[in-house]
Write a protein of this length. Structure first.
Length: 182
């Protein structure tokens, strides 16, 4: 009986601490946030959990609903910005969509360093990391496109300015993006 309880406890512990494929690929050990508040988008299509001291803005129109947030108590080069948008439009991660996305990156003078297809919360997804320059700052952006169903997807992105602790900030952002519910 003790062995069964031990293995059940171990399985529960492992499942609670499992990381997403992105976090594993980044070798993340993210910050643990204790002051998270649940924020629902205007159209009530998804929720996120961001620290309660962050500045958060909501936006919506006929085709999308967005939550944009960042820690305004820190310098831009010490934090990250997160934008999560539900888009009412079908997406196919092959062919035209990816090519248009990569063209958009090139038009912004960003160079993609990593991209791959994956499963995110059991949904088909596409991840991309690109870098370049924005104003006088080194700049990196991570985009995650999550196909919710044939007619809807979520675009979650994080923006990193500066060149200090970039991976750590990306990991912290991904730990929050992993808390999206839809």
């Amino acid at each position: 009986m003790r062995n069964i309880l031990f293995y059940l406890s171990l399985a529960l512990l492992i499942s609670c601490n499992s990381q997403s494929e992105i976090s594993k690929n980044l070798n993340c050990n993210p910050e643990s946030y204790s002051n998270l508040e649940t924020i629902e988008d205007f159209k009530k299509l998804f929720t996120v959990k961001f620290p309660d001291n962050w500045k958060t803005n909501l936006y919506y129109d006929n085709n999308q609903s967005s939550i944009y947030s960042g820690d305004t108590t820190k310098q831009l080069t010490e934090t990250f910005l997160i934008d999560v948008t539900h888009i009412s439009k079908g997406v196919d991660f092959s062919g035209d969509f990816i090519q248009e996305f990569k063209t958009s990156l090139a038009n912004q003078k960003l160079v993609e360093s990593t991209s791959y297809d994956l499963k995110f919360q059991k949904q088909n997804a596409y991840y991309s990391r690109a870098m370049g320059q924005k104003g006088k700052f080194a700049y990196q952006i991570c985009n995650l496109f999550i196909q919710i169903d044939p007619k809807n997807y979520i675009h979650a992105k994080t923006e990193i300015y500066g060149d200090s602790l970039v991976n750590e900030r990306i990991c912290n952002a991904m730990s929050l993006i992993e808390k999206i519910t839809y």
